[in-house]
Design a protein around this ligand. Structure first.
Ligand code: NAD
Length: 401
């Protein structure tokens, strides 16, 4: 019976991870620690909270006393640290909270785990730890900075390495790239936004605990996630929400920024693989083989929504009175190019060769399938969307705790 401390488990990826883990393992316990910021929504894990294997604690990873109590009361085997301020635009407005949560919070979690997991010292003076413990830091490809977009229209990605070739055989997806270079785990860190700096700093701190104290760590660095339960300030859910409300779709600059997109459940599987098979001290890039320009993501989302909700030029019956858009408004005319984000990175692209080779990871969800599944989810879960944007989830929390 393994016990996971999942921080940030009411947020987008953390909540998906909890759902994934409870579904595939029976013999686990999960302790969720979440501050329930605007991005955390208890409604997202409403069903999971009824599961006897799950304990929820509202609180801040920066609260040393609280974290100490959690370790004192639960025999934690794995810490999976999702808790973070995660939105680049907010970090440009107010960097302070990003540095506090993302760096100092990570330090407090590690200090406490180190204390509770230590069992002595080896002959060289390094701490030794109880068997099977691990701290996994969930990080991002944004720590590597920005890559050149030197293939403007993109081309098929040629993948090096035998394992990669084997894994790709028979796949329908043809990975696409917009540049010659990809981020590997060896790429020097070059973060450009306050958010990315806070994540890179945390990564360096985690690495330093691995080196200095032989603390059992892994770091995973993932590309842009998309899927159910993502707060509608990030590109895909924001675009879906605005289309359904008949609102303009803000696109930064020319919209040609390139991101690598990964379906959230594939990320969850990658994290689980890193927990089980990752060599201690190692960093693993988790990517989707799926680079795309923001503007194309926006157009594709418009196309899919049109396909899903319009029939014979009319809104399908089930959407009448539920959403505000009309067949006429759902068009590329909604796209509104706004002033570009300050210091906007041109391109992120991950080379996941190490993760594929060592952990057997492969992004199983083709983008066309994942994006349609995501849009269907938002169409069917309009209430969730309203709840997170109006703050009703806070009342929900007060009611049940
Ligand atoms: P999110 O913003 O949806 O969720 C963050 C969660 O952390 C929320 O539930 C929030 O309440 C909680 N939280 C914030 N500050 C806290 C604190 N001080 N103490 C306790 N809980 C706190 O973020 P997400 O998109 O789910 O991202 C999760 C992690 O994955 C982050 O570390 C992020 O950097 C990383 N990541 C995200 C992406 C992506 O595309 N979303 C890609 C790569 C890596």
């Amino acid at each position: 019976m393994r016990t996971y401390l999942i921080t940030g488990g009411s947020g987008f990826i953390g909540a998906n991870f909890i759902k994934y883990m409870l579904r595939i393992y029976h013999d686990i316990n999960i302790v969720v620690l979440d501050k329930l910021t605007y991005a955390g929504n208890l409604g997202t894990i409403r069903e999971e909270l009824k599961d006897s294997r799950v304990t929820f604690i509202k609180g801040d990873i920066c609260n040393r006393e609280l974290v100490e109590n959690i370790f004192a009361n639960h025999d934690i085997d794995y810490v999976v640290n999702f808790a973070a301020e995660s939105h680049v635009d907010r970090s440009i407005e107010d960097p302070g909270i990003f540095l506090k949560t993302n760096i100092l919070g990570t330090q407090i979690l590690m200090d406490t785990a180190k204390k509770h997991w230590s069992i002595g010292r080896d002959e060289k003076g390094y701490p030794t730890y109880k068997e099977g413990k691990k701290f996994l830091q969930v990080s991002t490809d944004e720590v590597y900075g920005s890559l050149k977009r030197d293939i403007p229209e993109g081309r098929e990605l040629s993948i090096e390495g035998e394992e990669m070739k084997d894994l790709l055989q028979g796949r329908e997806v043809i990975p696409k790239t917009f540049g010659e270079k990809l981020f590997t785990e060896e790429t020097p860190l070059d973060p450009r936004s306050p958010y990315a700096v806070s994540k890179a700093s945390a990564d360096m701190l985690v690495r330093s605990y691995g080196e200095t104290y032989r603390f059992p760590i892994n770091i995973t660095r993932c590309s842009n996630n998309y899927g159910p339960y993502q707060f509608p300030e990030k590109l895909i859910p924001l675009i879906i929400k605005n289309i359904l409300e008949g609102e303009k779709l803000p696109v930064y600059g020319d919209g040609r920024q390139v991101r690598d997109w990964l379906y959230v459940e594939d990320h969850c599987r990658g994290i689980d693989l890193a927990l089980k098979k990752g060599r201690l001290g190692e960093i693993y890039n988790i990517g989707g083989f799926n680079e795309e320009q923001n503007i194309n993501i926006v157009k594709l989302t418009i196309d899919i929504i049109r396909k899903l909700i319009i029939e014979n030029g009319q809104l399908k019956d089930e959407y009448r009175g539920v959403i505000r858009c009309t067949p006429e408004t759902i068009s590329y005319d909604l796209i509104n190019h706004v002033q570009d984000r300050l210091g906007h990175d041109a391109r992120y692209a991950i080379d996941p060769a190490k993760t594929v080779g060592e952990l057997g990871f492969y992004p199983e969800t083709p983008f066309t399938e994942g994006i349609e599944r995501t849009i269907r989810w938002y169409l069917e879960n309009q209430d969730w969307m309203k709840e997170v944007v109006t703050g009703d989830y806070k009342e929900y929390y007060d009611k049940i705790y």
